[in-house]
Design a binder for this molecule. Structure first.
Ligand code: 13P
Ligand code: SF4
Length: 342
């Protein structure tokens, strides 16, 4: 098994061509001096992927050198789950946060699922435990529990069905009930209630990136560009922020919206790495980005991915009794489908 970083001068012609292809979409967002540092990692990761029969699935928030440089498949949380379900590879490296890797493992119990950093968590996932869900169930018996995928497998195991931001509305509607317990994202829950008319019992979990946006900030951006800006926001933002937006959707939904409307200027009210990644596909749109970075997503790095594949770490394991129940909630969600904004 190759374990060394490959000096660029000793690459074969086809390996060089692959590196050039990887760099091509990033030319405008990643200076070549930075690419020179990343390229040996990209070359080594490509080699390890072949040797391990591995695939890298990356979230839209990953930095450009991962998103464009080494990812085989990219998307929002729901797309990542479907991609994990479809892949034939034996090893799945998740360039995202821990709950995404757990979801991939739930879907693919027979595959080796790796995450390059065990510290890539999520403020939402950390806000609630399985014991909390059991207490809520005692308090509100016969009320279905809908759980955002940004949770641990233990929490999913206590839930009736999962959702992501791209299908939350459809998942709640699919239950055909007047009231649900919606966990743990308070703001996404409020958004879903506003779109469905279903009563929601909420938890006070928040995304540490999206909760920082304010309506004032959005209004200042609009004023700075004389209103000539399309504002697209993620539903993890507070309701007052969503009220200022022209469109609300998951990260995948926001990207599709840019593609459909091709506005001259857009403000993406979400984690800021995504704007750079997406901008390469829309050269006629100016991306204005308020720079809120997710520290958890940023714990995934190219050297970390390289070491992950080299040393086969860190492998995701879920106790079978938890996995079995959590998978039921994830499978129910996948059966509902992608959702309108998805
Ligand atoms: P989506 O990509 O599913 O919209 O989720 C955003 C998110 O919170 C990822 O951490
Ligand atoms: Fe969690 Fe927010 Fe980071 Fe997504 S952006 S991983 S929801 S903390």
């Amino acid at each position: 098994m190759s374990t060394e970083l490959i000096p660029l001068e000793s690459l074969t012609r086809s390996e060089r061509t692959l590196l050039d292809e990887r760099y091509q979409p990033m030319r405008d967002i990643l200076p070549d001096i930075e690419w020179e540092i990343y390229a040996p990692y990209v070359a080594a990761i490509e080699k390890l992927k072949k040797e391990r029969n591995a695939v890298i699935i990356a979230h839209n928030y990953q930095s450009a050198e991962i998103f464009h440089g080494v990812a085989d498949l990219v998307g929002d949380s729901l797309a990542m789950a479907y991609l994990a379900a479809d892949t034939e590879a034996e090893v799945v490296v998740v360039a995202g946060v821990h709950f995404m890797a757990e979801t991939a493992k739930l879907i693919n119990p027979g595959k080796t699922v790796l995450i390059p950093s065990l510290e890539a968590g999520c403020s939402l996932a950390e806000s609630i435990t399985g014991a909390d869900v059991r207490l809520l169930r005692e308090r509100y018996p016969d009320t279905p529990v809908v759980t955002y995928v940004n949770t641990s497998a233990e929490v999913k195991a206590e839930s009736d069905i999962c959702c992501t931001s791209s299908n939350a509305v459809e998942v709640v509607e699919s239950l055909g009930v007047k009231r649900v317990i919606f966990l743990p994202d308070e703001f996404l829950g409020k958004w879903v209630a506003s779109q469905t008319g279903v009563d929601v019992i909420l938890w006070k979990g928040h995304c540490m990136v999206h909760e920082r946006f304010t309506p004032d900030e959005i209004r200042r951006f609009r004023a700075a560009y004389n209103g000539e800006i399309e504002v697209l926001a993620h539903p993890e933002c507070p309701p007052e922020v969503l009220a200022e937006a022209d469109f609300v959707g998951s990260t995948g939904g926001l990207i599709r919206r840019v593609g459909e409307t091709q506005p001259p200027r857009v403000l993406l009210v979400t984690e800021c790495s995504m704007a750079a990644n997406v901008s390469v596909n829309f050269p006629n749109t100016e991306f204005v980005k308020p720079c809120n970075i997710c520290p958890h997503m940023n714990r995934i790095t190219l050297p970390g991915i390289y070491e992950s594949l080299r040393d086969m770490k860190f492998e995701i394991t879920i106790p079978p009794a938890v996995a079995e129940r959590a998978k039921v909630a994830v499978d129910r969600m996948l059966a509902v489908g992608r959702g309108k904004s998805g």
